[in-house]
Design a protein around this ligand. Sequence first.
Ligand code: ADP
Length: 357
Amino acid sequence: HYAANTHGFVGADLESLARESAMNALRRIRPELDLESEEIDADVLESLQVSEGDFKEALKGIQPSAMREVFVEVPDVTWNDVGGLGDTKERLRETIQWPLDYPQVFETLDMEAAKGVLMYGPPGTGKTLLAKAVANEAESNFISIKGPELLNKYVGESEKGVREVFEKARSNAPTVIFFDEIDSIAGERGQRQGDSGVGERVVSQLLTELDGLEELEDVVVIATTNRPDLIDSALLRPGRLDRHVHVPVPDEDGRKKIFEVHTRDKPLADAVDLDWLASETEGYVGADIEAVTREASMAASREFINSVDPEEMDDTIGNVRISKEHFEHALEEINPSVTPETRERYEEIEEEFQQAE
Ligand code: ADP
């Protein structure tokens, strides 16, 4: 019961809640006690029982910390940190960065600036990275909200949460609002997490906010999903999340470019060939490639640290390299997250979604 009523509480909040519940119990059985200054007898403490009422009373006074703040950040990701995805970057640059950078062009040519973009593709393909890069390159602030978080963080007040996010975005404009995993709140009925009408209200609040955004008000929404076919279609209509950008599983050339990004500051042995790595990594998405590189670096560090006398480390550190064997080991450890079957399923979903557009 306690656990179910404390969404969004961190450890420290729970500690306060437990303390306050106990205080309430004490006040209840010994209203005459001055809890601030008086010693409490051991036998009183022993007989103390926290009731549901004490707990509920305490709950009224304690806000989960996760709920107190909508964080505005300025990301430091640039286009250079995103490997491949050339067309996708171009689309985002035109839809989001240009209206923010060159509003006069849009006004003069009477073009509608996008209010919202839906990015779709399997997890780990770089959607978050792209959103951060476009915000950074457009010199915008960035507010990131995860769909499930919105439901948990603002229990019973998710609509208010949405309103607060947009208010914060306006007062910090230009701002990119990033709604990650939007299907968890805006999926079609029945698909949402623990749906109890909350999804409905959140979607309707989102629609209100999107419709209320004035053009060129310098607030843009980017939402992501790996199930575009499940998004409430009202959200995808013109003037809302009406630009749809596919972030695909990388092909061989894409994978090579992602390896380039992740190895550019690392000492590689001559035998490590990025073409080879790209050809060995069918089905690996950007997040998997990052993991492979991290694992290979770890293997190199393990080998170096275990073989070198700590006294001589500074003199020999210049020789450390990530070898082909280290990458082979990493490829054994890290599996591709997209199997041919999953990939096929995604392609089907995407085709259906594109046809429905
Ligand atoms: P998504 O939002 O699509 O689930 P992310 O953008 O969070 O994926 O990617 C997770 C991590 O994987 C990134 O922080 C980055 O290190 C790596 N990654 C994913 N795609 C790329 C890419 N195209 N280029 C470089 N790194 C990538």
